[in-house]
Write a protein that binds this ligand. Structure first.
Ligand SMILES: [Zn+2]
Length: 374
């Protein structure tokens, strides 16, 4: 499942209403101080001053004096016109808060090491602003790359474990799960699929990254060339796409016995809940593509398909820029495929603002078998 803080980080500050509102208060105060050449107000714990103080504290700024904060990356926010540090541009003040906000989200992910393998593996990583920017540029509009860098890739091994939680009778030990490509046991985790599997079709010239964060989540390394960073993330995105396509191809061709439907439904729900909105669209498309590809060729999935991947990322860029245009989805999906995300969206609209996840997921599960198994 993608990490919520990493998703916030890569969707950007402008997708966070909390950040945007807090930033408005800060900049209004800054403009007032600039115009009046006096303190923007009375320093106290009520009204907008309290809003400002709470906001800056929540995004990781340290209040060192009245109207003065420092960020842990060395930035200063000073709203006292008599201070030497007041003389910053509004751009610099804004940059300091955005940087602090990103660092806070990154560290929240790092602090989740008891629950997340990726976080656990990257404990030695120190936040780097440049790295974050480079990675964001690599991701661009591609939903699979977005999923990879936010930890939403689900390896076959992880997937089986998730299924066995949903359905105890199906429970299997993680290390008995075969890699779908090389059929080796104990080898279906993310690391194996990305870099160790000898049947993955990985370009031989692509050496595994030595940097932990790049190795696990495909983040750009500032010590490596752009072409290498791009190749690593693009390969990981391709691995994720193929795992998903094969997963749904397998499911759509499975016989319609009672149990299978339920497993497929649980699996689809698990996969949907593990991705962001972009990925939902892409996953539905991937499932549709896999379904039609299943009849065309069963072996094609076993070989590497760079063109297909390229086409998919182009189309994902198109649908993303269309801003959720349903037509982009409809063109590559059947009506029944479309109904699942549409229902899910409707469901979350109705339940918006409540803690509806459980209820929502259950009804999504109920809606799925007709769409995917048929
Ligand atoms: Zn393998």
């Amino acid at each position: 499942m993608g990490d919520r803080d990493l998703k916030m980080l890569f969707r950007g500050h402008s997708a966070s209403p909390y950040f945007m509102a807090g930033q408005q208060v800060l900049m209004a105060a800054w403009r007032k101080a600039k115009r009046s050449k006096a303190l923007p107000g009375t320093w106290r714990e009520v009204g907008w001053v309290l809003t400002l103080r709470t906001f800056l504290q929540k995004i990781g700024c340290l209040e060192v004096a009245a109207w003065r904060w420092t960020t842990r990356l060395g930035g200063i926010i000073d709203l006292d016109p008599s201070s030497g540090d007041f003389d910053q541009t509004s751009g610099a003040v804004g940059h300091n808060t955005r940087e602090a906000w990103r660092l806070t989200h990154f560290e929240r992910w790092l602090a989740r090491s008891d629950a997340r393998i990726d976080s656990r593996q990257c404990q030695a990583i120190i936040y780097n602003e440049q790295r974050c920017t480079l990675t964001r540029k690599l991701v661009a509009n591609d939903s699979h790359r977005f999923a990879v860098v936010t930890g939403a890739s689900v390896s076959p091994q992880k997937f089986e474990v998730m299924l066995s939680h949903k359905d105890r009778r199906n429970g299997r030990e993680p290390n008995t799960i075969l890699c779908p490509w090389c059929k080796e046991a104990r080898g279906a985790d993310w690391e194996h699929m990305v870099s160790k599997c000898n049947a993955s079709g990985k370009p031989p010239e692509l050496a595994p990254p030595t940097d932990l964060l790049q190795r696990r989540l495909g983040w750009a390394s500032i010590a490596r060339a752009h072409s290498y960073n791009f190749a690593v993330l693009d390969w990981m995105a391709e691995v994720r796409q193929r795992i998903l396509e094969e997963r749904y191809e397998h499911m759509s061709s499975a016989p319609k016995v009672q149990g299978t439907g339920r497993i497929a439904a649980a699996a689809t729900a698990a996969s949907y809940s593990s991705s962001n909105d972009h990925s939902n669209r892409q996953t539905a498309k991937g499932a549709a593509a896999a379904t039609s590809a299943a009849t065309a060729t069963a072996t094609a999935a076993a070989t590497r398909q760079p063109q297909k991947r390229k086409a998919a990322s182009q189309s994902s860029g198109r649908s993303a820029s269309a801003g959720g245009d349903q037509k982009a989805v409809t063109s590559s999906s059947t009506k029944s495929k479309l109904s699942t995300p549409a229902k899910k969206r409707k469901c979350s609209e109705v339940l918006n603002g409540c803690p509806p996840l459980k209820k929502c997921r259950r009804s999504t599960t109920a809606a799925v078998p007709g769409g995917v198994v048929s």
